[in-house]
Design a protein around this ligand. Sequence first.
Ligand SMILES: Nc1ncnc2c1ncn2[C@@H]1O[C@H](COP(=O)(O)OP(=O)(O)OP(=O)(O)O)[C@@H](O)[C@H]1O
Ligand SMILES: [Mg+2]
Length: 464
Amino acid sequence: MTISTASRQVDVIRPPDADSSLGTLLRTWRKRALLTQEQLAERAGLNVRTVRRLEHDGLQQPRIRSILLLAEALRLDGAERATLVTVARGPSASAEHDDPAGSGRPPIPRQLPAGVAAFVGRRRELMALADYHENASTMTVVAIDGMAGVGKTALAVHAAHRLTSRFPDGQLFVNLHGHTEEMSPVDPGDALARVLRTLGVVDEHIPEHIDDRAALYRSVLADRKILIVLDNAADEDQVRPLLPAGPGCGLIITSRRRLIALDGTRTLSLDVLPPREAVALFTRTAGKEQVADAPATVLVEIVERCGLLPLAIRIAAVQLQARATWSAGHLLNRLTDDRLAELTAGPHSVTAALDLSYQRLSEEQRRVYRLLGSHVGTEFGAAEAAAALGTTVTRARRLLERLLDVHLLRESAPCRYRFHDLVRDHVSALLHQTDAIDDLHGVDGGVRFRVVKGLVGRADRSWV
Ligand SMILES: Nc1ncnc2c1ncn2[C@@H]1O[C@H](COP(=O)(O)OP(=O)(O)OP(=O)(O)O)[C@@H](O)[C@H]1O
Ligand SMILES: [Mg+2]
């Protein structure tokens, strides 16, 4: 139908009928998107001849991947996309054409690792996660951040298991290795390829370019109710291509970094455990009989020496469990001597976890971390930090923000900062590892001072 106006003719685009052909659907939605066939082909990464033949219903068995790319290029919503795919498959389509893999329908992915058997606490966070994901009518993204070993993965996996009925099409779990020893963070293009394979897309159908992979990923997920856990993300750039768009999808991300630049994301910053829950974690891991004779005060002191950090508590508890001759009091004495040395069990160690956070800092941030850890009091403000760093208060605030973002520093009250006890120990240990006298430049490069080590774990500063 065409309506004439005073100045020009306007095409009125009728909604397609229920029994429209694939060609009619494509033509209608292309016109609605104000695209020519050439523009649509370019946007979808397809040959224009393919688009023309599809619009003229000249292809008997169109590839579903091409149809999904066209749906993405036409910005179809979930229902329209489903209609397009159904019509493209046709009533007599064989199973081979029913899925992009061309190899039968892939099994529903159930990739969540086992949850922590002795999971404790986190009631408020679990309720927030359940409430958000269960009552959502759009795609939901929650990013859990917090310091190394605080329990982000344990919480994400525990919550995801509880949410499986809300996501019947499956659960994906991808470790992005943002902080893994001797491993670089996973390239998002590689992560997309892996996920696409899991979703049934065969290798020859996985596009080369990351944007095309991301588009195909969104298309494949558009009509599914799938929960995706992206564990251990390095930063926003790594995560962004892996964001689905379908309203039925949910995403839980964990990261040591606050992911503030991801649109439409709720963030949940995880703190250490309250003492009661910390003792419960210690007791459950060590075994009730192992701590049966220990006074409650000793148990509280142990978890406090562990900085109430789940990773440290678990390691300490495993040590006690493994040593039949140790008592809780003996463990406490050892933790009082040199806790970082004690908080190591096989491949797990608090030092190794903090080292990885430290290694991911820029050279300047590392210097700031070392200087602050050795020069300021337990709690400090921006002015004290500025004095220690030899810079202005404004710049000191910015530098502090960066350490806050990666949870190597905490804000105890507005503009009041402190290190977690174990982090402070980590800085002291670092200063002992470096050369006897470490020349450190002021962060602005203009001021120079020297850190002389070996003074009971604190460095002494002398201006040069
Ligand atoms: N709420 C909890 N209940 C029981 N165990 C927990 C809890 N939170 C964490 N843990 C245990 O503490 C250890 C560290 O937890 P987790 O690996 O989840 O930390 P993380 O924050 O993901 O660390 P990273 O930054 O290194 O990825 C694990 O052994 C985990 O099982
Ligand atoms: Mg983790």
